[in-house]
Design a protein around this ligand. Structure first.
Ligand SMILES: *[C@@H]1O[C@H](CO)[C@@H](O)[C@H](O)[C@H]1NC(C)=O
Ligand SMILES: *[C@@H]1O[C@H](CO)[C@@H](O)[C@H](O)[C@H]1NC(C)=O
Ligand SMILES: *[C@@H]1O[C@H](CO)[C@@H](O)[C@H](O)[C@H]1NC(C)=O
Ligand SMILES: *[C@@H]1O[C@H](CO)[C@@H](O)[C@H](O)[C@H]1NC(C)=O
Ligand SMILES: *[C@@H]1O[C@H](CO)[C@@H](O)[C@H](O)[C@H]1NC(C)=O
Ligand SMILES: *[C@@H]1O[C@H](CO)[C@@H](O)[C@H](O)[C@H]1NC(C)=O
Ligand SMILES: *[C@@H]1O[C@H](CO)[C@@H](O)[C@H](O)[C@H]1NC(C)=O
Length: 467
C-alpha cells in the first residue's frame, strides 16, 4: 500500500509536467490567418503575374470567391446571381469585368479577326482559354455589354462552339486539352467543365450541365489511377509529352473543378433534377482527398508528386487542395480532411521561424508545434506587407512552388499559386462563418495532442501502479 504513494506522485508530476509542456507549445500561430494587408499583396502579385489564358481565368475565379462571393458559384446564394451589380460589389466585380473586357476586346487580334467558333484567346491548349468563360458569361449576365459595347454573349457562344466543333476528342467523347492532338490533362477539369455548367445555368440549358458532369466522369475514367489509391495521373494519350505521374497540382485542379461544377449545379434551377450527378461529384472530390491527404508531409505541404519523396515541396497545390476541403464541408457536409486542410492553411499562414510538424497515420493525426521565438532565428528584413512569413517571399509570392510553365521543376513566382492562396482564404473564411463544422478534429489540435499524451502518460502510470 505504502509503495503506491510515490508512484501516484510520480504519475501526477508527469501529468502536470506534460500539461505545462504542451500548453506552452501550443503556438499562437495556430489561431492565425492572413491579414487583409497580406492578402492585398498576394492579390497584387497575382494581378501583375497573370499573363496566360488559364491565369486570367483562375484569377477571375479567385477574385469572385474572395471579393464577391455571392457572384461566385460557391456561396449559398443562387446561381446565376441577380442580373445587376449591387453598389457594394461594384469595386470587387470591376476587377473581374476588366479581365473579361480585356480578353473580349483583344479577341480579334488574338484570333486573326476570324468569325464563328474560336477560343477566347489563341492558345495551344484547347481548354485553358475556356477558363475565362465564366467571367465573360458573368459580364454578359450583369449587362456589361450595354455599358461598354462588347459582345460578351457572342464571345462566350464562339468559345462554346469551338469546344464542341473544333476540339478533337476521344472516341467516347472526352474533349482534348490540346488543340493539335487528343491529349487529356487533369488541369482540364478546372478549365472547361465549370464554364459548361455556368453556360448551362445562364442559358437555361440542362444539357450543358450534364455535359460538364460527363466530361469530368470521362476524365476520371482515364486519369484516375486505381493502382495508386485513386490519385489522378497528370497527362495521358497524345504523341508526346505524357506525364503518368500523380502531379499534385493536377489532383488539386481536378478536385477544385469538380467543386465548382458541384456548386453550380447545387445552386441552380436544375438542382433537383441532377441529384445523382451532385452525389458523384462530391464522392469524386472526396476520393482525391482520400488519395492525397495520407501523403501530406510533416510541414503541412504536399510534394510536387505527392508519392515521390525525391520531388520538392509545393505550397501551390497544397493551397488549392485545402480550399476544396473547406468547400466540400460547406457544400456537402463532409468534413473528413478538415484537420489536415487546417494544418496546411496554418502552415502556409505561419510567421517566419515557426516550425509546424505533423505526423499522420491513416486514422490519427497528431500535431506538435513550436512557436517562433525571438532568439531562434532572425527573420529576413523587409519593408513589404508580407515580411516574416514562412511561406511567402518578402515581395509576397508563395513559396516553395512548382514552376507553372514547367510542371516538373521548382519555380519562383507562380501566379496560379497566388490565386490558390486567395481561394484557400476565401473558402476558410466562408467555412468559419458557417460555424467551422468538423473543426473538432483540427482547431482543437493542441487539446487533442494533450489528451493523447495525457492518456499515454496515465496508462503508463497505471501500469506502474499495478506492477
Ligand atoms: C482574420 O484575421 C483578421 C485580423 O488579421 C481578423 O480581422 C479577422 O476577423 C480574422 N478572420 C477570421 C475568420 O477569424
Ligand atoms: C452588400 O449588400 C447586401 C444588402 O444590400 C448585403 O446582403 C451583402 O452582405 C453586402 N455584401 C457585402 C460584400 O458587403
Ligand atoms: C484585325 O483587324 C484590325 C482592325 O481592323 C486590324 O488592325 C488587324 O490588322 C487585323 N488583323 C488581321 C490578322 O487581319
Ligand atoms: C446573356 O445574358 C442574358 C441576360 O441578360 C441571357 O438571357 C443570355 O442567355 C446570356 N447569354 C449567354 C450566352 O450567356
Ligand atoms: C444546349 O446547348 C447545346 C450546345 O450548344 C446545343 O446544341 C443545344 O441546342 C442547347 N439546347 C437548348 C435547349 O438550347
Ligand atoms: C516518403 O517519406 C515518408 C515520410 O518521411 C515515409 O513515411 C515514406 O515511407 C517515404 N516514401 C517512400 C516511397 O520513400
Ligand atoms: C465533429 O463535428 C462533426 C460536424 O460538426 C460532427 O458530426 C461530429 O460528431 C463531431 N465529432 C466529435 C467527436 O465531436
Amino acid at each position: 500500500m505504502r509503495s503506491r504513494f510515490p508512484a501516484e506522485r510520480t504519475m501526477l508530476a508527469r501529468l502536470l509536467l506534460t500539461t505545462v509542456l504542451f500548453l506552452s507549445l501550443c503556438p499562437s500561430g495556430f489561431t492565425q490567418n492572413l491579414t487583409d494587408a497580406q492578402l492585398s499583396v498576394v492579390s497584387a502579385c497575382l494581378a501583375t503575374g497573370a499573363t496566360h489564358s488559364w491565369e486570367y481565368g483562375t484569377r477571375a475565379e479567385a477574385l469572385l470567391e474572395l471579393n464577391a462571393p455571392t457572384y461566385s458559384v460557391l456561396s449559398s446564394s443562387p446561381v446565376p446571381p441577380p442580373p445587376g451589380v449591387p453598389s457594394n460589389l461594384t469595386a470587387a466585380l470591376a476587377d473581374v469585368f476588366a479581365i473579361a473586357r480585356a480578353i473580349v476586346s483583344n479577341r480579334g487580334n488574338s484570333n486573326g479577326n476570324i468569325t464563328g467558333p474560336q477560343p477566347l484567346l489563341q492558345d495551344g491548349s484547347a481548354a485553358d482559354p475556356a477558363s475565362i468563360g465564366v467571367a465573360v458569361l458573368l459580364a454578359n449576365w450583369t449587362g456589361q455589354g450595354d455599358i461598354d459595347g462588347m459582345d460578351y454573349a457572342g464571345a462566350a457562344r464562339d468559345q462554346l462552339d469551338f469546344l464542341f466543333q473544333d476540339v478533337p476528342k476521344t472516341s467516347d467523347g472526352a474533349l482534348s486539352h490540346r488543340v493539335d492532338q487528343v491529349q487529356l490533362w487533369s488541369d482540364f477539369v478546372y478549365m472547361v467543365p465549370p464554364f459548361l455548367a455556368y453556360y448551362g445555368v445562364v442559358s437555361d440549358n440542362k444539357t450543358l450541365l450534364v455535359e460538364a458532369y460527363t466530361q469530368i466522369s470521362l476524365y476520371r475514367k482515364y486519369l484516375r489511377d486505381t493502382h495508386a489509391n485513386n490519385l489522378w495521373k497528370h497527362i495521358l494519350l497524345g504523341s508526346s509529352g505524357n506525364d503518368e505521374g500523380h502531379w499534385a497540382t493536377g489532383n488539386a485542379w481536378a478536385a477544385a473543378g469538380m467543386i465548382r461544377v458541384l456548386g453550380t449545379i447545387q445552386r441552380s434551377q436544375y438542382a433537383n433534377q441532377l441529384k445523382g450527378q451532385q452525389k458523384d461529384l462530391a464522392n469524386w472530390v472526396r476520393e482525391i482527398h482520400g488519395a492525397m491527404y495520407p501523403l501530406i508531409n510533416y510541414n503541412g505541404l504536399f510534394r510536387n508528386y505527392p508519392d515521390d519523396n525525391s520531388t520538392f515541396y509545393d505550397a501551390s497545390s497544397t493551397a488549392l487542395l485545402a480550399s476544396t476541403v473547406y468547400r466540400l464541408s460547406l457544400l456537402w457536409n463532409t468534413h473528413t480532411y478538415l484537420p489536415l486542410a487546417e494544418q496546411s492553411r496554418k502552415a502556409l499562414s505561419a510567421p517566419f521561424g515557426a516550425e509546424i510538424s505533423i505526423t499522420t497515420t491513416p486514422s490519427k493525426t497528431s500535431i506538435t508545434s513550436s512557436a517562433p521565438s525571438s532568439t531562434s532565428s532572425s527573420p529576413p528584413s523587409s519593408t513589404s506587407s508580407t515580411p516574416n512569413m514562412l511561406h511567402f517571399t518578402s515581395e509576397g509570392w508563395l513559396t516553395p512552388v512548382v514552376d507553372p510553365y514547367s510542371y516538373g521543376s521548382e519555380g519562383q513566382n507562380s501566379p496560379e499559386g497566388q490565386a490558390f492562396v486567395l481561394e484557400m482564404q476565401a473558402a476558410w473564411r466562408d467555412w468559419v462563418a458557417d460555424g467551422a463544422k468538423g473543426a473538432n478534429g483540427s482547431s482543437k489540435g493542441c487539446p487533442i495532442s494533450i489528451a493523447l499524451v495525457l492518456s499515454i502518460v496515465a496508462l503508463h502510470g497505471a501500469s506502474t501502479l499495478f506492477r
